[in-house]
Design a protein around this ligand. Structure first.
Ligand code: NDP
Length: 405
């Protein structure tokens, strides 16, 4: 049915490649390209063993537009699935535009020298992509991604108007390391050390970062995982949901962190190891956070001994036919089961499966359009069905718990 080029052979790329290969009737040709060819080759070997499917591999520097264009002209894919790092979003979009290829990613663009999260850089491609009849699908992982789709589903089927959304992301797993991050450490630490923002009554409200005094947190009783301390955090899907969900008065994002994780992070921050500027060390230029990444476990290798679950979902509070009520839509994913299936932990799994499903929605014509789209702007129904079918089943329940005012 369609050809894809997957860019990025990390934790998420591994899952995307395997899930696509498991559906040869949809993904008729797959090329996996990344900076380090040996990582692509290792994944290709496992794909062959698991699914008896041959995928192509290529080395590419995704910071280099002309290298990317050459790759895309060689393979002529219908779609690029970008699961490299957020730094590469714009170069990959430029190359897609030049080569006439559609685009999908799981994280918004970030400049390397500033931990700054906003869609404006990618939304700026709207006219270009539209004029050329190309589609760019932004943020199709779990959060952003499935959480946005849950919002689109609630807007379409459950409510006339949604007034309050709380997105709650819990990782109740144990990887056995004193400190590790579940996706790229550099990207993860940049995200969790920033000033927190949520949206309330038409404006952004700032609160202290999660490791500082005054950070906002409360105990939420998650299904399966039980009560966990959950911290207010800025997350990129808030920006697009504020624009695309009708009647919204407030939207917040919460993530669980253990005291152990916060203590490690605080020490690393206090000694300067999370800095993203260059430091002179004995004549060498070193970016402390990049050096820290080299020391920490590779998230792609955490899977083997990971136990426990992730529980991620959205609590909605809104009205239908004049009646106000709350609903909770969530998914539970098991680290060990994810490892058994695709040799990855649940955070890579919950990101890679939606990226594959988004690609499938595009290739099967369920999602079509010209321009740049956040996933809540697309029809959620077939995507929600596919989540149940391909490894991320969800539940909808009446919500009777408590959330902070
Ligand atoms: P990893 O660091 O494990 O993988 C990233 C891969 O991209 C690596 O293989 C890396 O190559 C490759 N890469 C980096 N720079 C380049 C470059 N210039 N050219 C070519 N390849 C490059 O990260 P993850 O797999 O954990 O994360 C992948 C993406 O998924 C990230 O953007 C992350 O933000 C996003 N994500 C989204 C989530 C969501 O729910 N929406 C949740 C988790 C992650 P090399 O191996 O050589 O370093």
């Amino acid at each position: 049915m369609g050809k894809v080029v997957i860019i990025g052979a990390g934790g998420v790329g591994n899952v995307v490649a395997k899930k696509c290969a498991s559906l040869p009737e949809v993904f008729t040709e797959i090329c996996l390209a990344s900076r380090t060819l040996s990582k692509c080759e290792q994944i290709a070997k496992e794909v062959k063993k698991n699914y008896n499917v041959d995928i192509k591999v290529e080395q590419v520097d995704a910071d280099n537009v002309s290298e990317l264009v050459t790759l895309l002209k060689k393979y002529k894919p219908d779609l690029v699935i970008n699961v490299a790092l957020p730094y590469q979003d714009l170069t990959i979009m430029d190359a897609c535009f030049e080569a006439g290829v559609n685009y999908l990613d799981t994280a918004n663009y970030e400049p390397k020298d500033e931990a700054h999260f906003e869609y404006s850089w990618q939304w700026a491609y709207q006219d270009k992509f539209k004029e050329k009849g190309l589609m760019a699908i932004l943020g199709c992982g779990f959060d952003p991604g499935v959480t946005n789709i849950f919002c689109a589903y609630a807007q379409k089927h459950l409510y006339d108007e949604i007034n309050y959304i709380d997105i709650l992301d819990c990782n109740a797993g144990d990887h056995g390391h004193p400190f590790a991050t579940n996706f790229n450490p550099e990207i993860n630490i940049r995200e969790v050390t920033q000033v927190v923002r949520h949206w309330s009554d038409g404006k952004w409200v700032e609160t202290p970062p999660i490791i500082e005094d005054g950070s906002v947190h409360f105990t939420f009783d998650y299904p399966v995982a039980g009560p966990r301390e959950s911290y207010l955090l800025y997350h990129e899907e808030l920006e697009s949901l504020v624009k695309n969900i009708k009647g919204l008065k407030r939207i917040r994002f919460w993530m669980t962190f253990s005291q152990n994780y916060l203590t490690h992070l605080k020490v690393l921050q206090n000694v300067g190891m999370t800095r993203i500027d260059e430091v002179d060390y004995e004549g060498c230029k070193v970016v402390p956070l990049k050096f820290l990444k080299a020391l920490l476990p590779d998230p792609g290798t955490l899977g083997e001994n990971y136990t426990g679950k992730t529980v991620i979902g959205c609590v909605f509070d809104g009205k239908k036919d004049g009646k106000r009520f709350k609903k909770y839509i969530y998914n539970v994913c098991d680290h060990a089961e994810a490892y058994k299936e695709v040799q990855a932990q649940a955070v890579s799994y919950t990101t890679g499966v939606p990226a594959m499903i988004g690609a499938m929605m595009f290739l099967t014509g369920e999602w079509k359009g010209a321009g740049v789209f956040n996933v809540e702007q697309l029809d959620p129904d077939k995507f929600m069905e596919a989540l149940n079918k391909y490894g991320l089943p969800w539940e909808i329940v009446d919500f009777e718990g408590n959330l902070p005012e």
